[in-house]
Design a protein around this ligand. Sequence first.
Ligand code: SAM
Length: 292
Amino acid sequence: MVKDIATPNRTKEILQKHGFTFKKSLGQNFLIDTNILNRIVDHAELTPETGAIEIGPGIGALTEQIAKRAKKVVAFEIDQRLLPILKETMEPYPHVNVIHQDVLKADVHDVISKEFEGISDLMVVANLPYYVTTPILMKLLEEKIPVRGMVVMLQKEVADRIAAKPGTKEYGSLSIAIQYYTEAETVMIVPKTVFNPQPNVDSAVIRLIRRSEPAVHVVDEDFFFKVVRASFGQRRKTILNNLTNNLPKGKENKQQIEQALSAASVDPKRRGETLSIKEFGLLSDELLKSMR
Ligand code: SAM
């Protein structure tokens, strides 16, 4: 019987044996609570046919629990010092493949086609490095990585923004960027005490289930996201002010912006944070027509 990696004693033993010291700059906060790990993996609903992608395996605490349930695990780790450790800790799990790479630079499509041949159900499961949470999520979503979804640990404050609903103070361009591609839900709040070393911020686990179609159909996706970002430019300003100030050539096109708001039935005095994704979709299509 193999001892779990994620206990305070075994983790300490592994770190000491290899003389490993944490790099704060790489967001290295390792999980030392098997119970929490199991609950994270539960939310991913892995089956013996699932292929799992992990980002940042560390010494393999989460990797091990995923490996017990999935058909295959591919884990991207940036820190070379962890490779010999993972080689040892993952020895009982030959279906785990660690790739030494910055996930932000990886060709994930290529890795998937090589590593998961014949596997159709894919999930991302990770305790993300907090300094790059948003770039990692956006890369995977924008590149349309063919996964069923993602269950990831991140800063609670970011989780709140990702899962926020219109009309709340957390709702913003990040909520829309993520909810455009997925159904987002916070599934766990996690105390600092389950990490070594403990992070400075509170943590949460979110589950993102990929939509089969985006939340709204728009003529031009890039322009849609430009409109969304422009609308949240200054939160206290009205949508009309934000669009005229922040859209390219907005000031020259104030009249056209007013027309588009009217055509999309959006009161120009409303604030960006009150608009649903569908309203933003309609508005961006109208703006595209009127500003052309
Ligand atoms: N999964 C382990 C656990 O839960 O105990 C470690 C999680 S730790 C929060 C984040 C991990 O991501 C570290 O192992 C770190 O070295 C790695 N990492 C940081 N930046 C990365 C990047 N750009 N690409 C891949 N891995 C990265």
